[in-house]
Write a protein that binds this ligand. Structure first.
Ligand code: AMP
Ligand code: GLY
Length: 429
């Protein structure tokens, strides 16, 4: 039987989701909206129809026989794309609009954690400058973290080490109004200390599968220097998340979160991304996201042997516990290749060479994040994060070395990448 999937999104994450679904060995027709040049190279068809809202896309999907929609980014999810697709009778991988509030509203997620005793930083939600300043004074100011509650493209959490950082954050939020409506509510929370890890859980609301823990590299430069980015690399499994820690995360965070959402009448289906910090009091939640992380997805999906089509459908329809699933032994490392100026600006139109050579290496996969074809049909850069290169190895060291060997084949003007991906993991062996 032929299956037809529609992937919503166009980043490295969506390319990895496509490759995972195609690995299922099924006869699959894959569409993507808006899709990318890299996804097209793998046979995926970009939807070119005139789509002005998610209802249009649902109608298009219905007319084109889509039997599974996979939603990559948070914005469509918080806008309720899954509710719209389900209304059109299309099983969709991702949470409902209400459930997606776990990412869409930090205030909501903190309230859930408080109500259900899920470990996280102490906090208060404020709605104006005066309340913010009063609370900051009460708790003694820096070090502290100030977060706008709404979606802010990954820039909404301001970690304040000093009083000057606090003043700058308050000015940015309330003086300049840089975050708009996203700052209608602001969460001010205790600073936590420890290593961070990303835990991905595929769930149908009750049953779940936990993917191997990954570590992202958020800063642009080596040794976690420079400004934050969308993520410059990842590796998995991260040894800092020992089996003991993972079982605590499962018992103290994952299970209570899923049952809290059922209790609130907002059953959580899709991918639950739990960002944790390993503090000296144990694992605590930094944030929830309602979708896969990028670039962690490019590292994590190749570590699992399963029929991803079937798993994503089971997440939407139920029965996830019955799906066969096995985690490979070994490690993957993912290096993100960015363009000049990223993250402040992003250069475009530089000709990229060597992608095929890198991709042809055994145990290496190249994912496209921001690429395009020019009039001559050459591959060019088309965004801040351009490519993500993943390599599998029996050891973490081997996977890192293979990933950098693959990267050494790829060239374009202004290419920048971190040279220390996985270093924190290596230090634990
Ligand atoms: P968020 O958008 O909530 O994930 O925050 C982005 C980043 O800010 C996290 O990955 C952490 O590195 C940092 N961060 C957020 N909250 C805290 C906290 N309470 N303590 C320390 N660092 C934090
Ligand atoms: N890599 C972090 C994120 O996707 O939010």
């Amino acid at each position: 039987m032929k299956n037809t999937v529609l992937i919503v999104g166009n980043g490295g994450r969506e390319h990895a989701l496509l490759k995972a679904v195609l690995r299922s060995g099924r006869d699959i027709t894959a569409f993507a909206y808006p899709g990318s040049c890299g996804m097209e190279r793998d046979g995926c068809i970009s939807v070119k129809a005139d789509i002005t809202n998610w209802n249009d896309l649902a109608t298009w999907a219905k007319e084109n026989g889509v039997d599974l929609a996979i939603i990559g980014p948070e914005l469509p999810l918080t806008e309720g794309i899954v509710d719209i697709f389900l209304g059109a009778g299309i099983p969709s991988f991702g949470p409902s609009k209400l459930a997606a509030q776990l990412e869409g509203s930090k205030h909501f997620s903190k309230e859930i954690m408080k109500k259900y005793g899920i470990p996280t930083a102490e906090y208060e939600t404020v709605t104006n400058r005066l309340e913010a300043e009063e609370y900051l004074e009460k708790v003694g100011g820096a070090p502290i973290v100030i977060k706008v509650s709404g979606l802010a493209g990954g820039k909404g959490a301001i970690v304040c080490e000093t009083q000057a950082d606090v003043d700058a954050a308050i000015e940015e939020i309330y003086g300049k109004g840089s975050f708009g409506e996203a700052a209608d509510q602001v969460v001010i929370e205790e600073m936590m200390y420890g290593e961070e890890a990303s835990i991905f859980v595929v769930t149908d609301g009750e049953g779940y599968k936990i993917l191997p823990a990954a570590q992202d590299h958020k800063r642009i430069f080596d040794n976690d220097k420079g400004p934050n980015t969308g993520g410059m690399g990842a590796y998995t499994p991260a040894p800092v998340v020992t089996d003991e820690i993972l079982s605590r995360v499962e018992k103290e965070i994952i299970k209570p979160t899923l049952s809290a959402m059922i209790n609130e009448g907002m059953r959580y289906q899709g991918l639950l991304y739990v960002g944790i910090m390993l503090t000296d009091k144990g694992p605590r939640v930094v944030e929830y996201n309602c979708r896969f992380g990028d670039p962690e997805t490019e590292a994590v999906l190749p570590m699992v042997d399963c029929d991803w089509y079937q798993l994503f459908r089971a997440s939407a329809l139920g029965g996830i516990e019955n799906i066969d699933w096995s985690i490979r032994s070994g490690f993957t490392s993912t290096i993100v290749l960015a363009s000049a100026g990223y993250p402040a600006t992003s250069d475009k139109g530089r000709v990229i060479t060597g992608v095929e050579v890198a991709d042809a290496i055994e145990n290496v996969d190249v994912y496209h994040a921001g690429t395009a074809l020019n009039a001559k049909g050459e591959l060019i850069t088309n965004g801040g994060r351009v490519l993500a290169v993943t390599a599998f190895g029996e050891t973490l060291q081997a996977s890192i070395e293979l990933a950098y060997t693959a990267v050494s084949n790829i060239k374009y003007e202004g290419l920048q990448f971190r040279t220390d991906i996985g270093k924190k993991g290596l230090a634990r062996f």
